[in-house]
Design a binder for this molecule. Structure first.
Ligand code: FAD
Length: 342
């Protein structure tokens, strides 16, 4: 644990693999920039690996002022122990007030370990982060400029705001696609600071023999148009209609959890709280009720069209256009009309 430091920077852990930074890190750099501006402090990032390559320029262009770089041949691939040691050493040295991580497999492994070692708090899977003064209801003490860590709780039925009065740094993980990705500003300048962190060989107990990387079969995050089917589609066979409409309109195929659980399509297509978060230009939801856990992953879409037999379905509360009807009748008509226009 470090003492609350009001001048501390706002940090992002800049995870990278094979010299590539995932989008979530760049999204968090933009958020860190905004939070740091509000607090009147600098935005920082920690980059560890065997070779920094051109990553510093990318991070600085996305809003980072101070980039702390740890380079070591043994850091070529992520390993929990040395990375935990690096982040903890740098936190102890520079005392940031906030540290943000992507809620990726790597971030979900690293962040809780850092939290445990630092005896700090950590909120997983935040959907929003804000700065605000907070009164401790027990002591009535006002804590200025705390990080509000906002996330769905109790199965998404409530939105919880979590604050951390004194177990600093304030830390959170955020899923990819939740924060908007800001345009890079190539004219920005920042400082790259090489950090010598002692890493004993005992911190590398795992020897990597071979790596297999599963190719991504579906890119929902990058899709401009998504056609998603839900439990109301009724069967794997009827789900072909969703594929057909997606094909006709040039979109990707998404699904609710009911459709995935029903075996209509694979889990990698699931959108929502425990699936992917998307913000396409157009989202068509067919046979999806619009449960809060599904809406959490799609309600930021620019335009939403819902097709549902139930006029009271919650999906209509976030839809810009609604069609009350049986998707098995509506979709063939839409496909026919799209084909005729072509
Ligand atoms: P249903 O609830 O079965 O709704 C089907 C809808 O289709 C109804 O509105 C019905 O009126 C309509 N319909 C029926 N027949 C037709 C027809 N022929 N034509 C048109 N409309 C029709 N869910 C997600 O989607 N994503 C998540 O990431 C997710 N994470 C979760 C995490 C937790 C911790 C929990 C507790 C739940 C999560 N869920 C998630 C599940 C969520 O609560 C809902 O159960 C799920 O979204 C329901 O899917 P659905 O609306 O497609 O199916």
């Amino acid at each position: 644990m470090i003492e609350p430091n009001r001048q501390g920077e706002v940090w992002v852990f800049a995870e990278q693999e094979d010299g590539t930074i995932p989008d979530v890190v760049l999204e968090l750099c933009g958020k860190a920039r905004a939070l740091a501006d509000q607090l009147g402090v600098k935005a920082g990032a920690v980059l560890a690996g065997s070779d920094r390559g051109s990553l510093p320029a990318q991070l600085i262009a996305h809003g980072i002022d101070n980039l702390y770089v740890v380079e070591d041949k043994r850091l070529e691939h992520f390993q929990t122990s040395p990375y935990t040691r690096i982040v903890c050493s740098l936190i102890q040295k520079h005392e940031p007030q906030i540290v943000l991580y992507g809620a990726t497999a790597l971030g979900r492994d690293l962040a809780p370990r850092v939290a445990s070692e630092m005896r700090a708090g950590m909120t997983a899977d935040c959907t929003d982060l804000q700065i605000q003064d907070v009164t401790d209801p027990r002591t009535k003490q006002v804590h200025e400029n705390l990080l509000l860590q906002i996330r769905p709780a109790f199965g998404g039925n409530i939105i919880a705001t979590i604050v951390n009065y004194d177990w600093w740094p304030q830390m959170a993980t955020v899923r990819e696609g939740v924060m908007p990705l800001q345009e890079p500003d190539l004219a920005r300048s920042g400082q790259v600071i090489a950090e010598p962190v002692e890493l004993d060989d005992s911190l590398f107990p795992v020897k990597l023999i071979e790596r297999h990387i599963e190719p991504r079969t579906v890119n929902l995050k990058g899709a401009r148009v998504i056609v998603a089917g839900g439990g109301g589609v009724g069967s794997r066979d009827s789900f072909k209609l969703i594929h057909e409409l997606a094909g006709a309109i040039g979109g990707a195929v998404g699904a609710s959890r009911a459709a995935v659980d029903g075996g209509y399509i694979g889990k990698e297509h699931q959108i929502g709280q425990t699936g992917t978060t998307v913000r396409p230009a157009l989202y068509i939801a067919a046979g999806i009720s619009g449960a809060v856990q599904h809406r959490a992953g799609m309600e930021e879409s620019a335009k939403i069209i819902a097709i549902n037999t139930d006029p009271e379905a919650p999906i209509f509360s976030v839809a810009h256009y609604g069609i009350v009807g049986d998707m098995r009748k509506v979709i063939p008509l839409l496909v026919k009309s799209l084909k005729e226009r072509r």
